[in-house]
Design a protein around this ligand. Structure first.
Ligand code: NAP
Length: 280
């Protein structure tokens, strides 16, 4: 890498809340890479121009967040197998003007789950949600070859379509309301909230009475970066919990390695992200 100061950033709308600069910049600095990681607020109308700008020699690449992950998959030159399977890109790498699109959310979820639960592959998982985040989680769970995956969504047909599209034979669709879930909840020992319920309110996507039926060794995961109502209820019942911060940092660490070729300083990134989030 030459010594000219280079550019990296996160592309989204909105993007002001993104924690990525808070942990990517210290990682770049620690590795001695002369680059600045910024927030690049980008509307849908400006997306094509923003992506074209990544082909310039001073651009290393970018992260992509809501609502552009699917659109960027159509704007890069090449997709990795993972990005093609998910149908969405969260990392763009500029290789001499040629843009590679990857989805490191899959790696981020898999890594964070395996660290928290080394026997994850032998578990039955209930995935709540069938939106963009759920797509990456479903691919990660299929790669982990978990025992079975219930995909519960408010609109069940969306869960059915997701399962069919991603060709995940061990997955089955479910409704998300208590009537649908009550008779089956005991069958699962990992719950993953990939809905947007709880990110900005204390509301829990699952009723406490359902959580109380889970086996004692169950893990409750929420992709939101902070302790949510769901996680607080689960912890109160004595269940293990995992919030979305480790996933965020693990996806960012993989992006960092793709951009720089350096091993990511993951502990430093995790400390910086935790500090920026403001709750321990
Ligand atoms: P999305 O594509 O908009 O999907 C939202 C999902 O939430 C859909 O399944 C939707 O169901 C469901 N939902 C919304 N309101 C609901 C309600 N009142 N009751 C039940 N279900 C409801 O969003 P996304 O991109 O998947 O993001 C989901 C969450 O994951 C966000 O909180 C985001 O911050 C988080 N996330 C975290 C990471 C990380 O690195 N930790 C990465 C990506 C995303 P319908 O289909 O029925 O509308």
């Amino acid at each position: 890498m030459d010594t000219q100061r280079k550019r990296l950033g996160v592309i989204g709308d909105p993007v002001e809340h993104s924690l990525s600069p808070a942990f990517q910049q210290p990682a770049l600095d620690a590795a001695g890479i002369p680059a600045t990681y910024e927030r690049w607020h980008t509307t849908a109308a400006d997306l094509q121009g923003r992506i074209a700008g990544l082909r310039l020699p001073d651009a290393i690449g970018a992260n992509v967040t809501l609502p552009h992950k699917e659109a960027v998959a159509r704007l890069v030159d090449q997709l990795t197998d993972t990005a093609r399977r998910v149908g969405a890109v969260n990392t763009v790498v500029n290789r001499d003007g040629h843009l590679l699109g990857e989805n490191t959310d899959v790696h981020g979820f898999r890594e964070s789950l395996q660290k928290a639960l080394p026997d994850a592959s032998s578990r039955a998982v209930l995935l709540l949600g069938a939106g963009g985040a759920a797509r990456a989680v479903l691919v990660a769970l299929a790669d982990l070859d978990v025992e079975s995956i219930g995909v519960a969504n408010r609109s069940v047909d969306k869960a059915e379509r997701l399962i069919a599209e991603l060709v995940t034979p061990r997955a089955h669709p479910l409704g998300i309301d208590p009537v649908d879930l009550a008779p089956r909840i005991r069958d699962y020992s990992v719950i993953v909230n990939a809905t947007s319920v709880g990110w900005n309110t204390d509301e829990s996507v699952l009723d406490p009475s359902l959580l109380a039926r889970l086996p004692a060794d169950a893990l409750v995961v929420d992709l939101t970066y902070r302790p949510t109502g769901l996680l607080r209820i689960a912890a109160g019942l004595g269940l293990a919990t995992l919030d979305g911060l480790p996933m965020l940092v693990c996806q960012g660490a993989r992006s960092f390695e793709l951009w720089t070729g350096h091993e990511a300083p993951i502990d430093l990134m995790m400390r910086a992200a935790t500090e920026a989030r403001g709750v321990s």
